[in-house]
Design a protein around this ligand. Structure first.
Ligand code: SF4
Length: 223
């Protein structure tokens, strides 16, 4: 007999069969890593703006490292908020990769690592959490790693019986990853992002449960 997580994933896949494998290839892996750091606790639009300004000010990451000026970098990316800590994280990540001789190779070292080892390596970089690492592996390397952002976490909590009480997003990744068999992580992630943005809206808005294909299994359905 299927448990609720398996039923949920089946429902998502059945209702989103039209999603094709068009993963984000517009950014090189290293650029995506920097963009993911900028994207923490802010919108995609502001993160994109900050990234654009950073690339304008520093077309080459080596220049950024040579200058090693967190204050100046902070100014460059300030539009996305938390710019002081993000500037430190970016410099820390670039320094880490440089020390390992991985900077020039655009993170190609990941090709030789299993998903588990790649996640471990990436999350050992301060400022790179499990969500960012999973996103990078999924979108840039085609891996079956499952990023859980605020939309997904909210949906899982509302559905109920998916995650134990007080589960953190980091723990949620470990709990749910084993259910994402046969390369399902991409379709489930993208489908739930879409659901979270358009139907299962976060407070103060109310979820539009009448339009939701998950209402039959959701403990919080407003119907
Ligand atoms: S039924 Fe409502 S609360 Fe439940 S997942 Fe769908 S939109 Fe969210």
């Amino acid at each position: 007999m299927q448990n609720k997580s398996e039923i949920l994933i089946d429902l998502i896949v059945q209702n989103n069969a039209n999603i094709t494998e068009s993963r984000n290839s517009s950014h090189k892996p290293l650029d995506l890593l920097i963009l993911l750091i900028l994207n923490q606790s802010t919108s995609d639009v502001l993160a994109d703006k900050a990234f654009e300004q950073l690339k304008k000010d520093y077309p080459n990451y080596e220049d950024l490292l040579q200058e090693n000026n967190a204050f100046k970098l902070k100014k460059s990316i300030q539009v996305c908020g938390l710019s002081e800590s993000k500037a430190r994280y970016i410099l820390n990540a670039l320094n880490y990769l440089k020390q390992k001789n991985w900077l020039e190779e655009n993170l190609s070292f990941i090709d030789n690592l299993s998903d588990e080892k790649a996640l471990k390596e990436l999350t050992s970089i301060k400022g790179v959490g499990i969500k960012s690492a999973s996103c990078l592996l999924m979108f840039s390397f085609g891996r079956n790693t499952f990023p859980i952002d605020t939309h997904l976490f909210r949906i899982f909590q509302r559905i109920g019986d998916i995650l134990p009480a007080k589960t953190t997003p980091k723990a949620a990744h470990k709990i749910l990853q084993p259910y994402l068999k046969s390369d399902l992580a991409f379709i489930v992630h993208v489908s739930l992002i879409d659901l979270g943005r358009n139907i299962c809206l976060g407070a103060p808005k109310k979820p539009l449960c009448q339009k939701c294909y998950l209402q039959t299994i959701c403990e919080s359905a407003l119907v």
